[in-house]
Write a protein that binds this ligand. Sequence first.
Ligand code: SAH
Length: 331
Amino acid sequence: MNKLLTRIQSGILPSQEELVYLLSQDDFSEIYALADRVRFENHGDIINVRAILEFSNYCKRRCRYCGLNAENKKVFRYRMMPHEIVQVSVRAWDAGYKTIVLQSGEDSWYTAEILGDIVKKIKAQTEMAITLSCGELKDESFAYLRECGADRYLLKHETADEDIYASLHPCGSLEERLHALKTIKTLGYETGSGFMIGLPGQTLFTIAKDILTLHSIPIDMAGIGPFISHPDTTLGSMPNGSTELTKRAVALTRLLLPKANLPATTSLGVINASEKDHIFSCGANIIMRKVTPQKYEEHYNIYPSEIKVNDILEERKILEKQIKSLGRVPV
Ligand code: SAH
């Protein structure tokens, strides 16, 4: 194992089989320690804090794991108006956030023009970096939004296995998803992808392929989180993904992509709050905080979650305290 880790550290890409071998170790402590060191060498002790605003839960897709899928009639659907999105973003800036992620279901109400306008208005009033996470768009829309000033785009590939992808996504293909990611990367966005741990049919080979897929793009940011079953989806009776495997995947991704931004995903904290802290010793260096107004947030249930959003400024202070208690520096 040590020889393999040394090779990876010298920049040689491991094979899928080698990654499976690492993922299946009985004792992972050495790899966690190495990932933590690589994180420190590349990012120091800083934990970057990012705001996320979930501005619409309308979605035209039918992703089988997601509580927002178009077939779920139990969801109360909401759409924040552009002026409100700008207003909350400016409040996040005033509270100290330097980055905001604007996320939604795939909602065609927001044309590229409307989204572009929102981006321009936020840029006119703040110096925030803007990440969009609104699903798959046309190539020309990605290009237009980049011209409007969007800095980053987050579009998880979800799973790198074509068959699993097809079984979970009646509305799209892995090929289209990867095409969109390549387009995003080529346009000069900081590119975010990621995947879920514990999807039905997934094996360690799938996870190894997921990690190699991140490397092949190559991504600048990757959200890796456990699948959480949502009772109002067809996967409602499936078990949640493993937090241990999630941490292992994050640690190996850190070794393959030392410079990448790796968030502690919200879903990990939903399953186990202490694991979310622990992930920062496994290679993660980012945390996102919801700034979605509470009246909307309670309806943005991609998966069931008890997380409540209080006052943006208060939340930010609590988070900074938590980060400092881990011996890290919030930025
Ligand atoms: N419409 C956007 C945003 C999707 S929601 C897009 O397509 O990119 C953001 C992420 O939540 C998804 O990419 C997926 O990885 C994750 N997600 C959705 N349902 C989930 C579930 N049941 N458990 C864990 N993560 C889930």
